[in-house]
Design a protein around this ligand. Structure first.
Ligand code: SF4
Length: 128
């Protein structure tokens, strides 16, 4: 079996061909460096992705804050991670870089805010 993969480990974007033998051995061609080889192996054996999405904010000037994982997580965990993060609610104020989840689904990866959400000024006044 042959699979074509575009390496995204650097901007060159080598097109890598992975030939997988019946016994599972891989022959990797087209990569210009070793990073491409390990990227291709990971893509076949355990593909990973950075997850970006928005989660709900209470008491904020907007209802959602954009977040992303600070590293890649296994692609197969992404639907579960999205479901989990849909259930997370945080309160404003939130600053860019604030850690929203310390260890997402035991992957060792953090979820961090990628924008600032201030407290809702009207709500702040009415609480005084
Ligand atoms: S194989 Fe190496 S040179 Fe090619 S895209 Fe990947 S990291 Fe860049």
């Amino acid at each position: 079996m042959d699979k074509k993969i575009i390496c995204i480990a650097c901007p060159i974007g080598c097109e890598i061909n992975v030939h997988i033998e019946k016994d599972g051995k891989m022959k990797i061609q087209g990569n210009r460096c070793k990073r491409g080889e390990s990227y291709a192996k990971d893509e076949i054996l355990n593909p990973k992705r950075v997850l970006t999405m928005s989660i709900r904010v209470e008491n904020g000037e907007m209802d959602l804050v954009s977040v992303k994982t600070d590293g890649s997580i296994p692609k197969k965990l992404i639907p579960k991670a999205i479901e989990y993060l849909k259930g997370v609610k945080i309160r404003a104020p939130i600053k860019v870089g604030d850690v929203i989840v310390e260890n997402l689904l035991d992957t060792g990866v953090k979820v961090v805010a990628t924008r600032t959400v201030l407290e809702d000024a009207i709500l702040q006044l009415s609480n005084k």
